[in-house]
Ligand binder design. Structure first.
Ligand code: HEM
Length: 134
């Protein structure tokens, strides 16, 4: 009886252990250069879009741009960079996503100076990212 009851428990432990190994592996994938280049070209366009939108008080378009920044960088976060450390990649891109989301918030507050300061923070992360990974 004791043995019958402990067997399923052992099975649960084995499956749970396998999942703890499999889940982090599923959260990352091989570097896809086409995707990164596409996201980067979109970034360049978005930079102009967000700045122009903030300068003319179009906060809807500014929020859209900030969201596009977050979405793109969140998409490439799963990759392991071909050079530089994965931990730094995760740190910079994670910070980039958080900063872009604060930009959506600033657009919601209709605060153009705050939004433009956030664009500068994104550009600082851009420089840091390019110096390490490009
Ligand atoms: C406002 C933010 C950013 C802009 C405007 C931007 C812009 C660009 C542009 C124009 C390229 C060249 C794409 C091409 O080949 O046509 C590029 C490449 C690249 N960027 Fe960014 N970038 C930004 C942020 C970042 C960040 C935060 C990272 C990493 C943490 C990053 C990593 C890279 C890498 C790895 C490449 C080379 C891609 C490859 O050829 O494999 N960039 N970026």
């Amino acid at each position: 009886m004791k043995r019958l009851r402990s067997l399923p428990l052992a099975g649960v432990i084995v499956v749970a252990f396998a999942l703890t190994l499999a889940l982090p592996a599923a959260a990352q994938s091989a570097y896809d250069r086409d995707v990164v280049v596409q996201v980067m070209r979109t970034n360049l366009q978005t930079l102009g879009q967000v700045r122009a939108a903030l300068n003319k008080g179009d906060f809807y378009a500014a929020a859209e741009g900030f969201w596009k920044f977050a979405e793109g960088q969140n998409r490439i976060l799963q990759f392991t960079p071909p050079k530089g450390s994965k931990a730094e990649w995760d740190r910079i891109l994670g910070k980039f996503v958080d900063t872009a989301l604060r930009g959506v918030g600033a657009a919601g507050e209709r605060d153009a100076p705050k939004g433009l300061k956030i664009v500068e923070e994104l550009q600082a992360l851009n420089k840091e990212g390019h110096s390490l990974f490009r």
